[in-house]
Design a protein around this ligand. Structure first.
Ligand SMILES: C[S@@+](CC[C@H](N)C(=O)[O-])C[C@H]1O[C@@H](n2cnc3c(N)ncnc32)[C@H](O)[C@@H]1O
Length: 184
């Protein structure tokens, strides 16, 4: 499953369009290794390609998509991966019950209202030390919200930012915790 290129996936009816590239999938796996979250929430499962890489170390992943597509892993989900056929914003209730460090991967609806809804959902539950990873920073709506969060608009900076030079642009924001201290 891992490392398969577009042609192989296409042959299995799992063609990717704007899914993460192999290089970006490796960045995701590296970020998970570095940050060691206790739980991962993903917006935009699609065929589960990025989900597989997020879950490479066995970290529990809950992934959301409004469309239920065939997955790269076949019929049976790996035990640590839960697919929810709903909007990412429904993550809020679940995330409130999760203990420990959270990582949010935002790769769902890329228009302005879609990114806004995803970011607002994250802001409801984010706590000190939690991490937000964005895919498609090359996309106008996505980079706009990145700048808002990262503080490039003259606001107080609440996040430590790292950008990755990938085909579609990726970045990581670690929440420094102003105003949202972890309860535990
Ligand atoms: C770019 S694809 C995700 C690719 C996937 N992350 C990968 O790299 O393998 C975007 C997905 O977001 C889904 N989507 C659109 N709006 C959504 C929402 N509000 N919540 C969750 N998923 C959404 C679409 O159906 C689509 O499958």
């Amino acid at each position: 499953m891992y490392g398969e290129d577009d042609e192989v996936l296409k042959g299995r009816g799992l063609a990717r369009k704007r899914w993460v590239t192999l290089q970006e999938a490796n960045v995701l796996a590296d970020v998970v290794e570095e940050e060691a979250p206790d739980h991962i929430f993903e917006s935009g499962t699609a065929n589960g390609y990025s989900t597989s890489w997020l879950g490479l170390l066995g970290t529990p992943v809950t992934t959301y998509d409004i469309v239920n597509r065939a997955k790269v892993w076949g019929e049976r989900n790996p035990a640590h991966i839960t697919c929810v056929n709903e909007k990412f914003s429904s993550m809020v209730e679940h995330a409130k019950t999760v203990e420990g460090k959270k990582l949010f991967f935002i790769d769902g609806n890329h228009n302005s209202s879609g990114v806004k809804a995803d970011v607002e959902a994250v802001l409801e539950v984010i706590e000190k030390g939690d991490v937000i990873v964005f895919h498609d920073l090359n996309c106008r709506a996505v980079i706009r919200f990145w700048h808002r969060l990262a503080g490039d608009e003259g606001r107080e900076v609440h996040y430590k930012e790292t950008k990755y030079d990938t085909q579609r642009g990726m970045g990581k924001l670690v929440f420094k915790g102003v105003g949202h201290e972890r309860k535990t």
